[in-house]
Design a protein around this ligand. Structure first.
Ligand code: ZN
Length: 157
């Protein structure tokens, strides 16, 4: 009987199972929803710890650089001048990173972390693990990388 073959083939799909237990479909959807949202929440303690660690490192680095800038007397030769300029640039970069970290920690505290600044899409967790201060999704990041750098530099200084 060929009809017997079409029967089992039609019945396995999920909809028929859903009909047998009426409460399950909604539960399953709710679960899938929270699971997706929980993924970032699950990573938040680690991301926050990473950011705090980076923050401490940058604060220390900045303190050392600023002490070096303070100690520096008027450069007498080209090498000293170049060295002094590099130190100032490094201090500016450290300050910039520190500001980004602080802003990111604020976003976490206020529950706005993990959303693309431009398109408001969720930023993939794996990207946040690599760059916890990222505020752009992969797509926007690709399109904006050079302007973003300029924009950020101008915003700070
Ligand atoms: Zn985006």
């Amino acid at each position: 009987m060929e009809v017997v073959i079409t029967g089992p083939l039609a019945s396995p799909p999920a909809p028929s199972l859903d009909r047998t237990s009426t409460t399950n479909p909604g539960d399953q959807m709710a679960h899938a929803h929270t699971a997706a949202r929980d993924r970032l929440t699950d990573h938040l303690p680690v991301l926050r710890a990473t950011l705090n660690q980076q923050r401490r490192f940058r604060l220390q680095q900045l303190a050392e650089l600023e002490a070096e800038i303070d100690r520096a007397t008027a450069p007498t030769n080209a090498a000293d001048t170049a060295r002094h300029e590099v130190t100032i640039k490094l201090a500016a970069a450290a300050r910039q990173v520190l500001a980004d970290i602080d802003e990111t920690l604020t976003l976490i505290t206020t529950g706005r972390y993990g959303r693309c600044r431009r398109c408001h899409a969720e930023i993939p967790v794996h990207l946040l693990q690599i760059i916890p201060t990222s505020r752009w999704c992969l797509n926007c990041r690709q399109h904006l990388t050079p302007p973003v750098c300029v924009e950020m530099t101008h915003a700070r200084f």
